[in-house]
Design a binder for this molecule. Structure first.
Ligand code: OAD
Length: 251
């Protein structure tokens, strides 16, 4: 592992443009369960029944009660961990430019990352199904489920449900950055949900090196990962940041 970290650090300091793609795994050490695998949310629920837009539109009250309320409780108190902070450190060292995240927890921004593309939206915001007003969930009465807008419409979380399009700007910018980067750090994602899972493939097709940080193998590992670092992100990132620092001129 020590050798892999050194090689990764070398790639990062010599890269022109580095982009990170993150998934639920980076927030596991912040106490947020992932979706797949042991202890994952989709072990408890069928995503087509609670996370598909049709399920929400058919029965918003049930989806709010089954999924959204509990998720909000966890997300509202979660704090960034050493994985998120490591990405901030890489940005401040001038090594990393942008984080594309599938997460809706806002923890990259809370940690201090300045350029975060939220591929699947953000759970801290709600949007009215009728008038499209967007509002912070802290400003809404959540004792009445589903919560209602002043116009009478029902609020939904401002995130992407299954069966919905990715926000246009987030998708286009992610595709452009994936094609332009020369190193992509893929952290804590099972790389199974499209179109996010295509970003590393776009990067690879355009000549980038793929660094994967994940304790488990993914469909990318054997196929396109140049440096698979099989470890929890919060354990690995501080070591990677230290190795990058050693290679940069002091000051
Ligand atoms: P998943 O739950 O599918 O995958 C989490 C990944 O994180 C797995 O590959 C784990 O091995 C890895 N992992 C677990 N603990 C880790 C740790 N401590 N450090 C690093 N990696 C760790 O999550 P995503 O790939 O993010 O979509 O899922 C993608 C999308 O599927 C989500 O954005 C969500 C979900 O349905 C929507 O809500 C639209």
């Amino acid at each position: 592992m020590a050798d892999l970290i050194q090689r990764t650090a070398e790639l990062l300091v010599n890269a022109r443009q580095v982009v990170a793609l993150t998934g639920a795994g980076i927030s596991v050490e912040s106490g947020i369960p992932p979706f797949r695998g042991k202890g994952g949310l989709w072990e408890k629920f069928d995503p087509m029944e609670v996370a598909h837009i049709d399920a929400f539109l058919n029965d918003p009250e049930t989806v709010w009660n089954l999924l959204i309320k509990d998720m909000k409780t966890v997300l509202d108190t979660a704090r960034p961990n050493a994985g998120h902070i490591g990405l901030v450190d890489l940005e401040r060292l001038g090594v990393l430019q942008t984080v594309i995240t599938q997460n809706v927890d806002g923890l990259h921004q809370l940690a201090g990352s300045s350029d975060v593309i939220e591929f699947h939206g953000n759970f801290a915001w709600l949007r009215c199904l009728d008038c499209s007003q967007r509002i912070k969930s802290t400003e809404v009465d959540l004792t009445r489920i589903p919560p209602h807008c002043q116009c009478g419409g029902i609020f939904r979380p401002d995130c992407v449900f299954f069966g919905e399009m990715i926000p246009h700007e987030a998708l286009v910018r992610s595709q452009q950055l994936s094609a332009a980067c020369d190193v992509m750090l893929v952290i804590g994602t099972s790389a199974t949900v499209q179109p996010a899972a295509s970003m590393p493939l776009i990067a690879k097709d355009n000549g980038a090196d793929i660094i994967e940080i994940n304790p488990e193998p993914t469909p990318l590992t054997a196929r396109i990962s140049d440096l698979p670092l099989m470890s929890a992100a919060a354990r690995l990132m501080p070591r990677l940041v230290a190795a990058v620092r050693q290679r940069l001129p002091a000051g």
